[in-house]
Design a protein around this ligand. Structure first.
Ligand code: S3P
Length: 437
């Protein structure tokens, strides 16, 4: 909930060490609930991220008639109802803070026989939904947004038609919404991409037995009669690991190990960017988790230097920029990011939120409409407003490894949307963070 009274108090500290395992991948967890729900048979999910965001998707599938058991937080068993087995929900589906839940659900629900309404919290209600609605309308879906934002109304009983979409924004959520609608459309649904975005939907559809034709810049599928239930092992979330990769690069003199992190090549921009800044990150590949590559990551403290971030890496690290900006503030020299206007429409305006927070800590920054310039240098303590954005809150906890005084980070309730156990994990490796409410 944005505007929460929960806050973090963080004492400066300059050494961390040890080993940890980060929670399951958020993107993969959302998709497992959706595809498991419309498959035929029982889908077992191991390593599900039981965070507020993914529970929004889980609950939405339950409200549409999918039987879902959670034997422990990360172990979920879904009895799929089949492609055409979802039932009309009794009321609006609440997607909370989760853009992924809402945009992917738009695709899933566009081809159903019933009407549905998608709502979200204050942050989600400010976020753009036409980017998903417009291409779905080209497939004959009937969808109304509210001035481009939630609530979103979907009208059932439409006969969807597959078509070719030229993606205007580099967005895996939009691509995925189109592909999910494509499962219900007549003919072939094709997405043309100008930049590489995460491909978990394509991989997981294949795991459920759906043929997906993937060639560089192009994804296509045709409707199928069924999805075959399967077993999904969710790898650790590299977006959560990113906080500890930066922490390790700043302060793990004797090393920090992060176990079983998903290393899908459409997600590893953070490793490439940190290495280009001089970070010592070692990747120890493990057997794949289903169709997703996995590795143990080992990171050692090193002197970081500022860089110009290559634009092609932006979609591959899109969620990791808040903590990468902290790395840039701690680096020698200047870091420049451009081509990242998408950061302005995430859970908060992440360019503005990070520029404001870093300025408060005495860091020289220059925001642009599509990026940020950061001059590395000393950081003071101070009071930071996370604006209810989980990744802004966690990024400033990592800044405590360079700050000269204590940090108070406000409005941190939403850390539970992606990393409910962040504070104990951070404390276990040596960060001096305490949560107060
Ligand atoms: C996601 C895609 C990205 C990312 C989000 C999760 C997904 O959003 O920022 O956290 O699971 O598909 P966009 O596709 O809008 O860039």
């Amino acid at each position: 909930m944005s505007g929460s009274t929960a806050f973090y108090q963080v004492e400066p500290h300059d050494r961390i060490h040890g080993e940890l395992r980060v929670p399951g991948d958020k993107s993969v967890s959302h998709r497992a609930m959706m595809l498991g729900g419309i498959a035929e048979g029982i889908t077992e999910v191991e390593g599900f991220l039981a965070s507020a965001d993914c529970l929004s998707t889980l609950n939405a599938m339950r409200q549409m008639g999918v039987a879902i058991e959670q034997s422990d937080a990360g172990r979920v068993r879904l009895t799929g109802v089949g492609l055409h087995g979802l039932q009309a929900p009794a009321g609006p589906l609440d997607m909370g803070n989760a853009g992924t839940a809402m945009r992917l659900s738009m695709g899933l629900l566009a081809g159903q026989g019933f009407d549905s309404v998608l709502v979200g919290d204050a942050s989600l209600t400010r976020r753009p939904m036409e980017r998903a609605a417009a291409p779905l309308r080209l497939m004959q879906a009937r969808i109304d947004t509210t001035n481009g934002r939630p609530p979103v109304h979907l009208y059932g009983g439409q006969s969807l038609i597959g078509c070719e979409h030229d993606l205007q924004v580099a967005s895996a959520q939009v691509k995925s919404a189109i592909l999910l609608a494509g499962l219900y459309a007549q003919g072939t649904t094709t997405v043309l991409e100008h930049a590489i975005t995460r491909d978990h939907t394509e991989r997981m559809l294949q795991a459920f037995g759906v043929p997906v034709a993937v060639t560089p810049g192009r994804v296509a599928l045709s409707s199928v009669s069924r999805l075959r239930a399967t077993r999904i092992e969710v790898p650790g979330d590299i977006s959560s690991a990113a906080f500890f990769l930066v922490a390790g690069a700043l302060a793990a003199t004797h090393g920090l190990i992060i176990r079983r992190v998903g290393m899908n090549p459409t997600r590893t921009g953070v490793v490439d960017i940190l290495r280009a800044m001089g970070a010592d990150i070692r990747v120890h590949a493990l057997p794949d988790a289903g169709r997703e590559p996995v590795a143990d990551l080992e990171v050692y403290a090193s002197e970081l230097r500022g860089i110009t971030i290559p634009e092609h890496l932006v979609p591959l690290a899109i969620d990791e920029f808040p903590v990468l900006f902290v790395a840039a503030a701690a680096a020698k020299g200047e870091t420049l990011l451009r081509g990242a206007a998408e950061l302005r429409v995430k859970e908060s305006d992440r360019i503005a939120a990070m520029a404001e927070g870093l300025t408060r800590l005495g860091v020289e920054v220059e925001p642009y409409p599509d990026g940020l310039r950061i001059v590395g240098g000393p950081m003071s303590g101070g009071e930071i407003d996370s604006l209810g954005d989980h990744r802004i809150a966690m990024a400033f906890v990592i800044a405590s490894l360079r700050a000269s005084g204590p940090l108070t980070i406000k409005d941190v309730e939403n850390v539970g949307t992606s990393y409910p156990d962040f504070v104990p994990a951070a404390r276990a490796v040596g960060l001096k963070v305490e949560r107060h409410s």
